[in-house]
Structures are given as structure tokens and as C-alpha cells.
Ligand binder design. Structure first.
Ligand code: KIV
Ligand code: ZN
Length: 522
């Protein structure tokens, strides 16, 4: 057994968040410009070291988001992704230029599977691209990260040559991803040890882990990588990402906190913001968090069986290795009513992790009063839904003004008034169910070709007067936009969520084209 390491002596692991880049690559996940800016603020407040804000060459929308995040974030490093192509690297450099601390993250695949079938390049050609891409990136930015995509399936000797070349060309961080989620923890740790041992200048770079969760091992592999010498971990809130996702940020951070004594490592992330970040990402992507998800699941701190409850009442340490409040999960309690004042409201939001500006606070307070009029008990979760709903709203070219729905055994119809660019327009429609009728009415007022890809309703709290939080995902020409809204009336929430998704879709159309294939290299 290794000797316990005191808190002061623990080495720091750099937390690199890729929720907005790899996370957004989750099938169906998509975040609007405003949502990304808001998420960047949350991540910075949490103390995340590096925020990978997007893939600037992928679309104008991605470029604009990375640039805007570079303008507002001052504490964290803002990073953009670029393939080993001049056009990617130049675009990325332009996007991160305003950042106080900017990073270009460039990558190329190194494994035989990717070299032969995707790149159709020999080992020497890949090596040449590594040198050229890192050199180009270093001429544009001091902080360059290089990734060997599919590192875990790469021939070790070739991997050493690539890493050596990248470090000599000026990469400060070397990321060795388990792109296909294939590794076992011991193998992944050994890969880091071997690379560090076999590359002469390995001490000139920080090594980084980036794990996918195809075998459910992403977090275990990331921790093993740290034990093998990695000092940066790439992860995403709620573990979202390509296929089965990335290592979950909240799990990595809490593993370092709870087992820091054994591991000898910690991070600078303040876990108290974790629950808020998780809820926000879930709301904007429309990806629910599974009830039993570690750290942020609804049941993560719930004790059901009599034996467990008895133990908890005697001493929480019997069944709890961390406290819910450590990760910002306050016990959901009765908080505010319609007589609560503005000051108490602001303090409550602060306790929940929101520090709103005066205008946003005033607006939220009005909405809180409206909610308190409709709903007897206003819980923390209600307030979180209310504020997240407002933060996620973004552009409001289209707004719901009035909705009346007739439902029941005799058929369903909706009477709807929308404000479109400040002009009120009305429609009446029927449908197969009340939600269908509402959506048909929206379609009549705002004709569009987008297909509905997700419609999801979730009750924010318990009870029949609970607010419904609705997520809607639309897709048009490969562009995906998600909208969400909360309301005590499920149909109003549905209409607002659909309209929110349409607004996001339209603002995406204005801001950028969808992905373009870039064939050119050096
Ligand atoms: O999984 C992966 O290999 C990646 C790289 C682009 C870093 O996401
Ligand atoms: Zn990845």
C-alpha cells in the first residue's frame, strides 16, 4: 500500500474540458452560440484549466463561438481544434487570437487502421505532416497541443517517433487518445510510461489522456494514465462525446478529490459547480442524465434501503464517500414563495451557483414571481430550470404570445399567436394529440423544412404542479438545433421549446454554414 499523500503535496492534474468540441460531436448534440458562451463562463468559474471551445474550420458558427469565448474567458486557456492542414491551423489561430491564453490543438491519426483506410498515408508521410502542422501552429501560437489520434492502436515505435517529432517541432502538450475506447487501464498506463521512457525529450512536454467510453472504461483509463505519467486529462461534462462519450469531467474531478490521498494528485476545479454544469449541459443538449449516473445522477446520493437509511442517520460516512453539497447538490428543499423578496432571491441563486447581472436578475425575478403565483412550492430545481431556461433562450426572433389548446376524447386543436420579428401572427391547427396540434400551428405560422428529431418532457420536481422541462431537437440540411423551455403548462413549455429550437436553427443559418469537407493539406 502506498503512503497517503497530504493535500499540500498533491500534484496538479490539468483539467481540459471538451464538452463543446468532442461533446458536441455526440450524435444529436448541438449547442447554440449563446449556450456555448454561457457554458464557457460556467467552466471558467469552475476552474477548468483548458476549455476546448470548438473546431473553427468546421463551420462559421464554430469559428464565431471559439472567437467569442476567446474574448470573454480570461482565466482558462481557450483551445481550438485543427487537423494537420494549413487551412485548419490558420483558421484556428484566427479564432483564438483574442484569447488571453490561447491554444491550438492539432491532430493526425497515427494507427495503421487510420493511416491505411482514412488518410491513405505512409508512416513517413504522417511523420512529415506532424512536423509541418506543429511547426505551422507554433509559428502562430506559443501553446500548441498535438494529438496522435488512435494512439492506443498505433505501433509503439512509430508512436515514439511521432511524439519525438511533435515535441521537437514545439508541441508543449502531447495527447495520446484512446480514440476507440479499446484500452484497459493497465495497458493505457503502460503506454504513457513507455512513451515517456522512449522519447528523449519527453520531459519538455505535458502528457495528456483522452479516453472514449466504448467499454465503459474512460474514467478508469484516464486515472490510470495519470498514474502512468499524464498530467492533463481531457473530459466532458456528463461524459458526452462521440459514440459512448468521453471520460466524465465530474467523475475525474471527484476521483481526484476523494482518492487524492492515494493517488497523490488533485485538480483546481471547484466541484461545487459540478451539478449546475451538469444540469445546464443536459438542458441545452437535450441529453438526460441517467438516474444512477455517478456524481450527478438524481439517485447518486439517494439511500433507499432501510439498512442504508439507518446507517446514514447514524453517520453519513457509513454509506457516503462524499457529500452531495461537495458537488453542489443541496438537499432539494422548500425554498421560496411568492412573498420572498429580491434580495433573498439573489442570495438563493448565488447559493445555487448563479451570479446574474442586474438585468438578468430582474428578468429572472419577474419569472420567479409568475411561477410562485402558479405553483405553491418553489424548489431549488424549479429555480434552476427557470434560470437555465432564460440563459438558454438566446435569439428571440420568434416568441410565443398566446396559446390555447383543446384536448380530450373529441380531438385536439391549438390556437396560437406568435410574434415573428415583432409582428403578431395567428394560426389554428389540429393534430394527432395536443403537442402535434401545437407544432402544426407553429409550422403554419413559420413554414420550415426542419425535421423533429427529439421531443422530450421531464418533470423538474415531484407533484402534479411540477414544471415541465421540454427539449426539442430539429434538423435541417445536416444542421442540428436544440431548444428547451420550462413551464407549469406542458403544452406551453412544448411550444416555447420548439420556438427556441427554431430561433437557434435560424441564427445558426445566419452565423454559419454546415461542415465542409476540407481536402487540402500542406
Ligand atoms: O478521440 C480523439 O482521438 C479525438 C482527437 C481529435 C483528440 O477526439
Ligand atoms: Zn475524442
Amino acid at each position: 500500500m502506498t503512503a497517503p499523500v497530504s493535500a499540500a503535496k498533491r500534484d496538479r492534474v490539468i483539467i481540459f474540458d471538451t464538452t463543446m468540441r468532442d461533446g458536441e460531436q455526440s450524435p444529436g448534440a448541438s449547442m447554440s452560440y449563446d449556450e456555448k458562451l454561457e457554458l464557457a463562463k460556467i467552466l471558467e468559474e469552475m476552474g477548468v484549466d483548458v476549455i476546448e471551445a470548438g473546431f473553427p474550420i468546421a463551420s462559421n458558427g464554430d469559428f464565431e463561438a471559439v472567437r467569442a469565448i476567446s474574448q470573454i474567458v480570461t482565466e482558462s486557456t481557450v483551445c481550438g481544434l485543427a487537423r494537420a492542414a494549413a487551412v485548419d491551423i490558420d483558421r484556428c489561430a484566427e479564432a483564438i487570437r483574442p484569447a488571453k491564453r490561447g491554444r491550438i490543438h492539432t491532430f493526425i491519426s497515427t494507427s495503421p487502421q487510420h493511416r491505411d483506410y482514412i488518410l491513405k498515408l505512409s508512416q513517413d508521410e504522417v511523420l512529415e505532416a506532424v512536423v509541418q502542422s506543429v511547426t505551422r501552429a507554433r509559428n502562430l501560437c506559443d501553446d500548441v497541443e498535438w494529438s496522435a489520434q488512435d494512439a492506443t492502436r498505433t505501433e509503439p515505435d512509430f508512436l515514439y517517433r511521432c511524439v519525438d517529432a511533435a515535441i521537437r517541432a514545439g508541441a508543449r502538450t502531447i495527447n495520446l487518445p484512446d480514440t476507440v475506447g479499446y484500452s484497459f487501464p493497465e495497458e493505457y498506463a503502460a503506454m504513457f510510461r513507455n512513451v515517456i521512457l522512449n522519447v528523449p525529450d519527453s520531459d519538455k512536454a505535458i502528457f495528456s489522456a483522452h479516453c472514449h467510453n466504448d467499454l465503459g472504461l474512460a474514467v478508469a483509463n484516464s486515472i490510470a494514465a495519470v498514474q502512468g505519467g499524464a498530467r492533463q486529462v481531457e473530459c466532458a461534462i456528463n461524459g458526452i462525446g462521440e459514440r459512448a462519450g468521453n471520460a466524465a469531467l465530474e467523475e475525474i474531478v471527484m476521483a481526484l478529490k476523494v482518492r487524492g490521498e492515494t493517488l497523490g494528485f488533485d485538480s483546481d476545479v471547484d466541484p461545487v459547480h459540478i451539478t449546475r454544469a451538469s444540469r445546464y449541459v443536459s438542458a441545452i443538449t437535450g441529453f438526460p442524465v441517467q438516474f444512477n449516473k455517478a456524481i450527478v445522477g438524481k439517485n447518486a446520493f439517494a439511500h433507499e434501503s432501510g439498512i442504508h437509511q439507518d446507517g446514514m442517520l447514524k453517520n453519513a460516512e457509513t454509506y457516503e464517500i462524499m457529500r452531495p453539497e461537495d458537488v453542489g447538490q443541496g438537499a432539494t428543499n422548500l425554498v421560496m414563495g411568492k412573498h420572498s423578496g429580491r434580495h433573498a432571491f439573489r442570495e438563493k441563486l448565488k447559493a445555487l451557483g448563479y451570479d446574474l447581472g442586474q438585468n438578468a436578475l430582474n428578468e429572472a425575478f419577474v419569472r420567479f414571481k409568475e411561477l410562485a403565483d402558479k405553483k405553491k412550492h418553489v424548489f431549488d430545481d424549479d429555480l434552476i430550470a427557470l434560470v437555465d431556461d432564460a440563459l438558454a433562450r438566446g435569439s428571440e426572433r420568434i416568441r410565443v404570445v398566446h396559446l390555447r389548446v383543446v384536448a380530450g376524447t373529441e380531438g385536439q386543436s391549438a390556437e396560437l399567436t406568435l410574434s415573428v420579428d415583432d409582428v403578431e401572427k395567428k394560426a389554428e391547427a389540429s393534430g394527432d394529440g395536443p403537442v402535434d396540434a401545437v407544432f402544426n400551428a407553429i409550422h403554419e405560422i413559420v413554414p420550415h423544412a426542419a425535421a423533429l428529431r427529439l421531443f422530450q418532457v421531464h418533470a423538474v420536481t415531484e407533484g402534479t404542479d411540477a414544471q415541465a422541462q421540454v427539449s426539442v431537437r430539429l434538423e435541417e440540411d445536416g444542421r442540428i438545433a436544440t431548444g428547451q423551455a420550462a413551464d407549469t403548462d406542458t403544452l406551453t413549455a412544448s411550444a416555447k421549446a420548439y420556438v427556441n429550437a427554431l430561433n437557434n436553427l435560424f441564427s445558426r443559418k445566419e452565423k454559419g454554414k454546415p461542415d465542409t469537407a476540407i481536402a487540402s493539406g500542406f
